[in-house]
Design a protein around this ligand. Sequence first.
Ligand code: ADP
Length: 159
Amino acid sequence: MQAAIYPGSFDPLTFGHLDIIERARARFDRVVVAVADNPQKHHLFSVQERMDLVRKCLPAGKDIEVDSFKGLLVDYARKKGINTLLRGLRAVSDFEYEFNLATMNRKIAKEVETVFLMTGESSFYVSSKLVREVASFGADVSAMVPEPVSAALKKKFGI
Ligand code: ADP
């Protein structure tokens, strides 16, 4: 049984995340989408809202679990008994951060391996940060996020 954890802020979920999840789903028996509950980071959506949006947008199936985690990711991975972490890479600019993160995680838990999937060609420009920014000014983000996320953004910004 090959399982992987896909951790992230998902603030909010985008088509970029969904593309990674769908491709991972085709390659792993089980994918755990793990929403980071980090009180030190200022999020637009609460952890509960972020999880609810992921659940709304993901085609249901026994092979997908949506969960949240606090603290060290590798501790969470150990608790789940899963030693593969999944991350997405968009551009060279993602590389340095992801490389450092993966190396750090391997230093503190050598059994944990990070696997990278390249962004899908239609979502290489999509990031939660940019989506939040443009949505706050009323831009139509329906090409970047699923409908429930678009609706939640409009509600959040009172548009
Ligand atoms: P974090 O805040 O932990 O970086 P994000 O929610 O922004 O988390 O993203 C989680 C993971 O998904 C990261 O590895 C990020 O690089 C990847 N990701 C985000 N957007 C895209 C995208 N458009 N294409 C591919 N990977 C993406």
